[in-house]
Design a protein around this ligand. Structure first.
Ligand code: ADP
Ligand code: MG
Length: 744
């Protein structure tokens, strides 16, 4: 039965400036069952003939028939299918995948052919046994001797059980004995096939050959029938099975792990590139999402971990409200009575000598709940549990664990114990110290969960503070002239102003009185009789004095006025503890604005915020694109040689019959796998840094699910791109071109 037929087929090799003849006007017919020896001088065209017959190389003239079918319409893909299903090829220089074991090399042919996976291994082992390599089956092919490699390749060629076996000087590199063994083996295993063997030494095949073809200068000069061949009838195999995705995945993984050094190097490279990208990405995200978020000037000491929420209808928050708010991902805890937080967020921490004389007063700018803490954040001690336990940051020295301290409003600055106690919030015990410089006091949940824990004392301290403030800066305007009035107890620029001066002058006047305390300015019209020294205002100094009783009366009147504004506690306000500024902003966005009114003291969006965010987003995209391109270029440059070294493996895959599309997928899957492993590792490493390294400066905690999805897509794209670029390189040549150029 006719298997292959050539009709006046010519093949020319085109090099830079000349064309050489590979073979010329060859007409030959090959039948199933034949064992054909092709001989001839070196350069006579033997290899060319085999390459054309097996579809590894193209030809320029004439026509080839495969199982009587014309091939002029064949595409690369058709030749690949033909080769995969019909041809087993043995090259002179082994062409074995060095990084694979013998078994993997033999299995490869079966896998690519889509051979049933369960039967694969058994068949491969059987062939390996037949070529006598059972002992070496799990050895890396690079460690085999020349003869062993050639046997492995023969096993691979035969494993597929194709009707045609083509061998190009299979024994060229072997010693006499090995060569004879190989030939005998070929003969044994290929009784009902068409076998074409190119050989220098005809003697080696003489016992088996049924026909001898001699070539010279690209032409057949002798074609002798030596003995009759067995009649075999087969049909051309052209089932086009594609590898399924699992086989492809397995294949890719094997390729990745077959060369551990290469794998780890690539992974390392990916890891660095992806980490750099992730860090820059998260920084951009952080920048975008925190633009316009800044510390409030009105509540400078409310930390960004606190959001205030009240109902729009003015009712106190119900348990249901609290549950709703607490159900948000960004919310740590809701304190229904947030008065303390709202009212006074900054404290003085007072220590005493022998519990008596004031030793020191230290200002803590923020207060927060123990909910924000975990015990591993503490450098000493434990978390606060009881009402009177606190944790403080060790910003000030002289803070000790188990010390009892008095907390007062930071508006009170007095060295008298009684005065402090009167305005104080209470005595607390320091049970833990946290190692940061945030000047923060952390209260226990128990303390913060009480109903209006410190309201009375806060009021007290506030009043005291307002009074002090008034006493220090009472300012009145008379006839458009500003007059400062001071209590005799106050010194100002070295001028003592005494009250109850004998020489006083009474002027009934309607006065505009401006009072300043903190950021609050209150203008009050007063009808009071003021008493001035010297009877007239002295322009030079603009000082006067006033009787104590009048002074106190003014203060009292003003206090009432100021208090209304100052000490108006929104009774139904809740304090919500959130992780950070971003979480706070997200909470504002997610809470139902119809029902709740939210204050976020730490967040004052600027009026240009949206525009700014838009501009920043564009900048971020540009930065990330440029960075992505740069990283791609770096990876490509570094791995180019590595990938070129793999061209040989890919040519072998192709010679065994892998489809171009299969291999393209393979490269892409490999790259993507590598990228994904790199991504997972870098995220793990970066998160570990965030967790265990203080002051790490990373912002990846600001990344949400969508950011991770974007990252995965970007990295996949990178893998895809690298894969495609490599494919383009490998597949623009025929198998033979890439084997001869890209080979060793
Ligand atoms: P053989 O296998 O009998 O030694 P080949 O088929 O390899 O002979 O070569 C036949 C002719 O084609 C020789 O003249 C050789 O120089 C030429 N030839 C083979 N391969 C190439 C090639 N890749 N580029 C240019 N010329 C080639
Ligand atoms: Mg040759």
């Amino acid at each position: 039965m006719e298997a292959l037929r050539l009709e006046r087929v010519s093949k020319y090799y085109q090099s830079e400036n000349n064309v050489s003849v590979g073979m010329k006007h060859i007409s030959l017919t090959f039948h199933m069952g034949e064992f054909i020896a092709v001989t001839g001088e070196s350069g006579s065209g033997k290899s060319t003939l085999l390459n054309v017959l097996s579809g590894l190389d193209k030809y320029e003239e004439g026509e080839m028939f495969i199982f009587s079918e014309e091939t002029s319409h064949y595409q690369i893909k058709d030749f690949e299918t033909y080769r995969r299903e019909n041809v087993g090829f043995v090259f002179q220089n082994y062409n074995i995948i060095d990084s694979y074991t013998v078994l993997q090399n033999v299995m490869l042919a079966l896998e690519l052919q889509g051979f049933p996976s369960k039967a694969r291994k058994a068949r491969a082992l059987k062939l390996i046994d037949q070529v006598g390599l059972t002992k070496q089956k799990n050895q890396k092919s690079s460690k085999l001797s020349g003869g062993q490699k050639q046997r492995a390749v023969i096993a691979r060629a035969l494993a597929k059980d194709t009707p045609i076996i083509v061998c190009d000087e299979p024994t060229g590199n072997l010693d006499q004995t090995s060569a004879e063994q190989i030939m005998s083996l070929l003969n044994d295993i290929s009784k009902d096939k068409l076998v074409i063997v190119v050989t220098h030494e005809f003697d080696q095949v003489a016992p088996y050959a049924t026909r001898r073809i001699k070539m010279s200068d690209g032409e057949v000069v002798e074609d002798i029938q030596l003995k009759a061949h067995q009649e075999v009838s087969v049909t051309k195999q052209d089932k086009s099975k594609k590898l399924n995705i699992f086989d492809l995945l397995k294949f890719s993984m094997r390729n990745l792990f077959a060369q551990p050094k290469r794998f780890f190097f690539m992974l390392f490279l990916m890891l660095i590139a992806i980490s750099v990208f992730t860090i820059v990405y998260s920084n951009q995200i952080y920048g975008l999402r925190t633009t316009g978020l800044e510390q409030s000037g009105t509540y400078p000491s409310v930390p960004s971990s606190r959001v205030l929420v009240e109902r729009r209808d003015g009712n106190p928050l119900t348990n249901e409200d609290i549950n709703i708010i607490e159900s948000f991902r960004d919310v740590n805890k809701v304190y229904a009575y947030g008065a303390l937080f709202h009212n006074d967020t900054s404290f003085n921490l007072v220590t005493f000598y022998n519990n008596d004389e004031v030793m020191d007063m230290m200002n803590y700018r923020f207060n927060d709940s123990a909910h924000m803490l975990t015990s591993n954040m503490l450098s000493e001690g434990r978390l606060p549990i009881a009402m009177d336990e606190i944790v403080v940051s060790n910003y000030w020295w002289g803070i000790d664990i188990d010390q009892t301290v008095l907390l007062t409003s930071d508006r009170i600055w007095d060295w008298d114990k009684n005065a402090l106690e009167e305005a104080g919030i209470g005595y607390f015990k320091i049970v833990g110290i946290i190692d940061n410089d945030l000047q923060t006091i952390y209260f226990s949940d128990a303390y913060l969960s009480q109903s209006y824990p410190t309201e009375p004392s806060l009021d007290q301290s506030l009043k005291l503070q307002v009074k002090q403030s008034l006493e220090n800066s009472l300012q009145i305007t008379i006839n458009n002239q500003e007059v400062f009035i001071y209590d005799a107890r106050t010194e100002y620029n070295g001028y003592d102003v005494y009250l109850d001066n004998e020489d006083i002058f009474e002027t009934p006047l309607s006065l505009e009185v401006e009072v300043q305390a903190d950021s609050l300015t209150q203008t009050v019209t007063m009808n009071k009789t003021l008493v001035f020294a010297n009877g007239i205002l002295e322009n030079e100094f603009n000082y006067g004095s006033i009787s104590t009783s009048v002074f106190d009366e003014i203060i009292q009147t003003l206090l009432l006025e100021v208090e209304e504004e100052y000490v108006s506690l929104p009774s139904a306000i809740a304090s919500v503890s959130v992780e950070n500024q971003l979480a706070g902003t997200r909470l504002i966005e997610s809470l139902d604005a119809q029902v709740y009114k939210v204050y976020y003291p730490a967040n004052i969006p600027g009026f240009l915020q949206e525009f700014l965010v838009f501009i920043l987003a564009i900048v971020a995209v540009i930065i990330l694109l440029i960075l992505g391109l740069f990283l791609y270029a770096v990876i490509h440059a570094v791995t180019k040689n590595m990938m070129n070294a793999r061209k040989k493996d890919f040519s072998i895959f192709r010679s065994v019959g892998a489809h171009e599309s299969t291999l393209s997928m393979l490269v892409i899957i490999e790259q993507i796998l590598l990228s994904m492993i790199g991504l997972i590792l870098s995220i793990l490493i970066l998160n570990a840094i965030v967790m265990f390294v203080p002051d790490h400066g990373l912002t990846i905690e600001y990344m949400g699910v969508s950011d991770y999805i974007i990252l995965v897509l970007a990295i996949t794209l990178l893998g895809l791109w690298l894969g495609l670029r490599f494919n383009k390189k490998v597949f623009h040549q025929t198998v033979i071109q890439s084997l001869t150029s890209g080979g060793e």
